[in-house]
Design a protein around this ligand. Structure first.
Ligand code: ACO
Length: 321
């Protein structure tokens, strides 16, 4: 049985960074001080109206393919994690496949696990590759969360941003991915949700993101600590053997509390929430690509990627880069 390793990474952020002061100038009842103190967020990127999630996914994917030194038709599996698809259907993965010019008939589908979506997608792709059925997967996290925010709700609209990150995962003789764990507990579905839909040509329910912030905070810190430990144990390692951790970038205080719970120094945690805000399924591959390109993450180093999001869902992957 073969293993799966990351052959290349890429990412895409739309337009220019938008500061907290810029949000105030646009009429949001907040302040740079409040947002920085509570969340660590200083800027986020907001997609212009003419860009779709699949456009961001396409640019991130092209960069990952280039980094891996392969073309789109060398990919035999496409998985896109998103909660903000271009359409109800076809899937964003199918649209991405078309935008990349892929003509080889590879399967393409979306994964919906909100902010854990990239971890879910990566785990699923690893299982395809380890089974021997597929050789090279493109796994993407892409979001335009700005379109599901209630811009009159200052408790949520300041937290999120848009972007995409992608990896090429390919079969290898040695790991690669050492361990992975996925979880969900649907009984917490109401603490972070967009409780709306479309029926008979009308919006039903509420089409905006709603969140019980303190409940999410508590839940996230607990499960991010637990699931990181779970993959460390599964891989037969101890926390000191971890070179880098990339948690879902929701809030600097969640990242700090998770690192503390694990006994991992913050110097080993990749932090992008200050620049990107919370980009949901895109946050982990965006942070990974940034740290690979700026030289912090090197080949052979051990990295934990971990996510938590609406559902509630959570999961982690421990890999040797
Ligand atoms: N600017 C200024 N004041 C604000 C803002 C804002 N943007 N938002 C809320 N406030 C005010 C509230 O109105 C409240 O005022 P009051 O005391 O006069 O009523 C006060 O700030 C405190 O509000 P809380 O909601 O209690 O603030 P809290 O300290 O809990 O921080 C936060 C809110 C940042 C959302 C926090 O709960 C949190 O970090 N939760 C985690 C949620 C998270 O990160 N979610 C991201 C998505 S989840 C995920 O990705 C897994």
């Amino acid at each position: 049985m073969s293993y799966a390793r990351i052959a290349g990474t890429g990412s895409c952020l739309p337009g220019e960074p938008v500061s907290n002061d810029e949000l105030v100038a646009r009429g949001i009842d907040t302040s740079d001080r409040w947002v920085v103190e509570r969340t660590g967020i200083r800027t986020r990127y907001l997609a212009p109206v003419d860009l779709c999630t699949s456009d961001l996914a396409c640019t991130a994917s092209q960069r990952a393919l280039e980094a891996a030194g392969i073309g789109a038709n060398d990919i035999d599996l496409v998985i896109v994690a998103t909660s903000t698809p271009d359409f109800i259907f076809p899937s964003t993965a199918a649209l991405l496949q078309s935008k990349l010019g892929m003509t080889n008939g590879s399967p393409a589908f979306d994964v919906q696990a909100v902010c854990s979506g990239f971890i879910y997608g990566l785990s699923v792709a690893e299982k395809f590759i380890r089974s021997g059925s597929h050789k090279r997967a493109l796994v993407v996290g892409a979001e335009i969360f700005s379109r599901i925010l209630d811009w009159s709700d200052r408790g949520t609209c300041v937290l999120f941003g848009d972007g995409a990150g992608a990896v090429v995962l390919e079969a290898a003789e040695s790991p690669g991915i050492h361990a992975s764990a996925l979880h969900a507990d649907g009984s917490h579905n109401q603490i972070l949700c967009v409780p709306g839909g479309i029926a008979s040509g009308q919006i039903t329910g509420d089409p905006f993101l709603r969140m019980d912030g303190p409940a999410v905070f508590k839940f996230a810190v607990k499960v991010l600590g637990d699931v990181a430990n779970e993959v460390i144990v599964q891989a037969g390692l101890c926390v000191d053997a971890i070179d880098w951790m990339i948690p879902h970038q929701a809030n600097i205080r969640i990242l700090q509390a998770t690192a503390k719970r694990l006994g991992l120094p913050m110097e080993k945690v990749i932090v992008t929430v200050g620049q990107h805000g919370n980009t949901s399924a895109a946050s982990i591959p965006l942070a990974l690509d940034l740290a690979v390109r700026d030289g912090r993450i090197q080949r052979g180093q051990r990295v934990i990627l971990e996510g938590v999001g609406g559902g509630f869902t959570w999961g982690a992957v421990l890999l040797e880069f």
